[in-house]
Design a binder for this molecule. Sequence first.
Ligand SMILES: Cc1cc2nc3c(=O)[nH]c(=O)nc-3n(C[C@H](O)[C@H](O)[C@H](O)COP(=O)(O)OP(=O)(O)OC[C@H]3O[C@@H](n4cnc5c(N)ncnc54)[C@H](O)[C@@H]3O)c2cc1C
Length: 489
Amino acid sequence: MAKKTVIIGAGYTGLAAASMLAARGRDVTVVEKNNDPGGRGRGWNTKGFMFDMGPSWYLMPEVFESFFAKLGKKREDYYKLSRLPTYYQVFFGDGTRVQITDNLEQTRQVFESLEPGGAAKLDRYLAAAKYKYDTAIGEFLYRDYGSVFDFFNKKLVVEGLKLDVFTSLDKFVQREFSDVRARQLLEYAMVFLGSSPSNAPALYSLMSHVDLNLGVWFPEGGMVSIVLGMEKLARELGVRIEYNAPVVKILTKNGKAIGVETPKGRFDADEVLVTADYAHAELDLLSEPDRSYSRRYWEKATVAPGMLLAYLGTKKKVPGLEHHNLYFSANWNRHFDTIFKKPSWPADPCFYASVISKTESTVAPADGENIFLLVPTAPGLDDTDEAREALFDVAAGKLESLIGASIRDDLVVKRLFSHRDFSQDYNAWQGTALGLSHTLAQTAVLRPARRSKKVAGLWYAGQYTHPGVGVPMTLIAAELAVGAITVGD
Ligand SMILES: Cc1cc2nc3c(=O)[nH]c(=O)nc-3n(C[C@H](O)[C@H](O)[C@H](O)COP(=O)(O)OP(=O)(O)OC[C@H]3O[C@@H](n4cnc5c(N)ncnc54)[C@H](O)[C@@H]3O)c2cc1C
């Protein structure tokens, strides 16, 4: 008899783990509270628009290729992919703007134009970033750490110094680059990790290798095509998926996980893999003796930012924008402080706007534009209608002034999505968009454990566990969890 596994959540982690477990002979059922797959990466269709609700940057393509290849499949049989010719456009606080393209020589010239010797500095920086990335992929990301001692082995201590684990990214970049815009180009990706440049280890300068060298890609049909491809693959491998099935309790008996309870009924299992928000599973679905972490642990954790998102459909083409656009105010630390130091709604926010209709014609009517606006915010804010509308107006107004064209006057779709929605739709702790920050104290073995400390057969994977936040990381988290679950098979 095949062992039965119940997976809670049909986001990237749940779908990836489901396929891998089914391929290893498990009888897998995924139970998902919402009525569609993808979790934070769902698609939303309305009035001829298709909005990717969460992730929009397809980075680290090799991780996706490896996921399909390890299952004996080809990624291109599930979705098509191409590299964006213009990776992104950046508007700086001083009114200047640059475009980062797939031509590295052009990127070097951008850095040279920002400060004397900038191109040579970038060469050195990227060589170090590549070394960190290769070491991370080869040594750390796909490794399962059994204990703190396992992690802090001699190799890591030696490599850790070379990898700049013990200094902040901000300090590291400042040593080399003096122009604030050059620094911002090398540091912005920390928001992807739910961190700020001053609280993220400089190890994460590897992210510059990820975007500038490995490139920014996009799947045909939008990011949701990945989700639909992964759902299809899971079903081909025999996985059952129950939508509209919110788990209300993880069932345990004599210290062992035996299934889950949902309003649709009970699903028995030999093992349960949680890919829903870790804090929710622990605090809402388990009784106190079965929890690995106390409420206080979550209260003291550095929770990753919340986000104000706006899904906007226009009835006209909007000039001046690329597929990915970033705005960095001159003193972005003021914004970071409102996220990590003094939680409050930002007055002069940095933001990100993606316009996937610039690349993909199917996601908006022919004469319209599909705009996704994202402003990072502190988790746990009092998310009132007034507060979110006010922040939206500041950010959208700034975007209009940067491109010299109106957007708000030409909307046929406008949906704001913030803390309340993250909590309601995904059971997110404090309405966080990204789970736990990547501070040093929340990296690798120091992230919440993959194996329950209290309940046999209860496992966790996703953006809360090692290696962490981001779609490629969740595919790796799924692989690590599956490896650990099936170790004795
Ligand atoms: C706005 C936004 C933009 C992002 N941009 C990028 C990007 O550009 N590139 C990138 O790589 N990453 C990006 N990320 C991060 C990335 O989306 C996440 O790290 C990843 O999607 C997390 O996947 P997951 O499966 O671990 O969790 P989730 O997607 O949260 O999936 C968990 C699932 O569990 C379900 N669930 C919760 N509670 C229960 C319950 N009680 N019972 C049943 N089901 C339950 C939820 O509904 C959800 O479907 C972004 C995230 C957000 C929010």
